[in-house]
Design a protein around this ligand. Structure first.
Ligand SMILES: Cc1cc2nc3c(=O)[nH]c(=O)nc-3n(C[C@H](O)[C@H](O)[C@H](O)COP(=O)(O)O)c2cc1C
Length: 185
């Protein structure tokens, strides 16, 4: 399955970026993961949405070409980072490439709550009419205290976390197959 992993942190040393890179390698037999970072996505502006800058168009097309999306995001001040909201706003207009595209959310934070509040907001945002992305039900992945679960090479070394990720990825692949066949009928 071709899946776009959209990372909500622009930080070079981002744990969420490391998580996406770890998952790309670990699940490479089943997922063809395109990791998308948002440094080059310009500010959304309704004045230019019908003729977006090249960087916005390229971002939208990368997401369009994926069969599914994995949102990998930190929490900033109890919500999703502004860069991620900005990118989502681009996706919600024009071709509206997220409509009907299955997605799933994971997030890592250094705190104890593991991005719970950010994910609640993200679920609400993705239910908007311009996005309408079906979300994997019953699988919520919060990775708290992430800095203690990763080694110097960026490998996640916390077995309960990696085995949980294994189960969620399997669930996502199974659900995606059933969901898309139901959606296409
Ligand atoms: C502006 C800002 C706001 C933050 N707000 C929260 C927050 O609300 N909840 C939380 O758990 N961590 C918060 N953090 C800490 C992040 O969890 C931590 O910086 C994390 O490493 C960011 O993810 P990244 O490593 O992928 O960049 C915040 C960090 C920043 C820079």
């Amino acid at each position: 399955m071709k899946i776009a992993a959209i990372v909500g942190s622009n930080r070079i040393g981002s744990y969420n970026l490391k998580l996406a890179e770890f998952m790309k390698e670990r699940y490479s037999d089943r997922l063809d993961m395109d990791i998308i970072t948002l440094q080059n996505v310009p500010f959304y502006n309704q004045d230019i949405e019908n003729d977006p800058p090249a960087e916005a168009q390229a971002f939208i097309q990368r997401v369009k070409s994926a069969e599914a999306v994995l949102w990998v995001t930190p929490e900033y001040n109890g919500s999703i980072p502004g860069v991620l909201k900005n990118a989502i706003d681009w996706l919600s207009r024009g071709e509206k490439v997220m409509i009907g595209k299955p997605s799933s959310i994971i997030g890592a934070s250094m705190g104890n709550m593991g991005t719970v509040k950010a994910q609640l907001h993200l679920r609400q945002i993705l239910a908007s009419p311009g996005l309408a992305s079906p979300l994997l039900p019953g699988n919520e992945v919060y990775i708290p205290v992430v800095h203690e679960k990763i080694d110097e090479e960026g490998k996640f070394n916390h077995e309960p976390t990696t085995s949980f990720l294994d189960r969620v990825v399997s669930n996502f692949i199974t659900w995606h197959g059933k969901h898309t066949s139901a959606f296409n009928q």
